[in-house]
Write a protein that binds this ligand. Structure first.
Ligand code: HPA
Ligand code: ZN
Length: 354
């Protein structure tokens, strides 16, 4: 747990706090790179490759983003990813996100991608990694943005397919730090992937899993006990289980919460109904992230500002959300301390008189 600094907190409210949230250094820990595909780039890549899409204009693409559930989103999301064909496409996609993230104060990003979405279409992992790693290098050099990659297993596919994917990732091991689990949650419990995550842990990978987005608290218990994950992606359904909340708080298992995603996918009716404030109150290491920002109407700063305003969180709570992002990141301790010092500096400067 990171100490709250000694500041004139009363000076930080309203527009001053919103501005600070937009500028302050932060880590983004729940971001699917395929979910940063803006309609403009989607249409440009479709033209580049002669791919037929059901939409002819940016307006038509955006009009299709009226989701009713996780699955209604995933159907469209996998269709959109169909325009990603070669290394240049993955480079363009990732570089566009890195520029956008840096403008939001992101200094460290741990980004997901879905290898199976691409290999199933005949796109080799070599092309995926070539593009992603080139953009990652440019982000470090030109934006001072550190990026790490976390491939995710598609849980609607079989465990054997997941094991084969982990095997295929072997030659690129130096380019990723962990393994995640995403896609259609209900009906595909973490228990299905126990052997995959045991192997990943044996290979020294950090393990994370989407759990408790739409699925029950039992899926979060499974992710902790059977997959032994270090973070839970989403995890908002934990509020329905007091013993689980206590465990998450006691063990400081971070939740990578994505408020605008949850509203767009109808997990909550609106932002003021979101339970992020309750999770913070329960003492959890809650972070705010953007998930699939091109589809859900906001990048990380939009998520932070809108959530803090809708839930009427104070500046101390806002500080915690950002400090948690560094606490929860897979960082060397020295680097973590440097980022936290920069965060404290930003808050101190904003709270200073004048
Ligand atoms: N949940 C599950 N799978 C996903 C998501 C999500 O929020 N975004 C991209 N793939
Ligand atoms: Zn996600």
């Amino acid at each position: 747990m990171i100490d709250v600094p000694d500041l004139d907190w009363d000076r930080l409210g309203g527009e001053r706090l919103a501005d600070l949230l937009r500028r302050a250094p932060k880590a983004e820990l729940h971001l699917h790179i395929e979910g940063t595909l803006e309609p403009e780039l989607m249409l440009a890549l479709a033209r580049r490759h002669g791919v037929r899409l059901p939409w002819a204009s940016v307006e038509q693409v955006r009009a299709a983003y009226a989701f009713t559930s996780l699955q209604s989103f995933l159907d469209l999301y996998y269709a959109g990813a169909g325009v990603l064909r070669d290394a240049q496409d993955f480079y363009d996609l990732a570089w566009a996100y890195f520029k956008r993230a840096a403008a939001d104060g992101v200094v460290h990003a741990e980004c997901f991608f879905d290898p199976q979405t691409h290999t199933a279409r005949g796109v080799p992992l070599a092309a995926v990694f070539e593009g992603l790693v080139a953009a990652q290098r440019r982000a470090a050099a030109e934006l001072g943005l550190s990026v790490q990659w976390i491939p995710c297993i598609l849980r609607h596919l079989s465990e054997d397919e997941a094991l084969a994917t982990l095997q295929q990732l072997g030659p690129w091991r130096e380019h990723f730090i962990g393994l995640g689990l995403d896609s259609s949650e209900v009906g595909h419990p973490p228990a299905k992937f126990q052997r995959v995550f045991a192997r990943a842990r044996a290979e020294g990978l950090h393990c994370v899993a989407h759990a408790g987005e739409e699925g029950p608290p039992a899926y979060i218990w499974q992710a902790l006990d059977l997959l032994q994950v270090q973070r839970i992606d989403h995890g908002v359904q934990a509020v329905h289980d007091a013993a689980l909340l206590q465990r998450l708080a006691r063990e400081r298992v971070p939740l990578t919460v994505c408020p605008l995603s949850n509203v767009r996918l109808c997990v909550f009716a609106d932002l003021p109904s979101h339970n992020l404030g309750a999770l913070l109150q329960a003492g959890l290491c809650v972070t705010v992230n953007s998930d699939d920002p091109a589809y859900f109407g906001g990048y990380i700063a939009d998520n932070l500002v809108q959530t803090v305003q809708a839930l009427r969180l104070d500046a101390r709570a806002a500080w915690q959300l950002l400090a948690h992002s560094f606490e929860a990141a897979f960082l060397q301790e020295q680097q973590r301390a440097r980022y936290l010092a920069a965060l404290q500096q930003a808050f101190s400067a904003a709270a200073a008189p004048g």
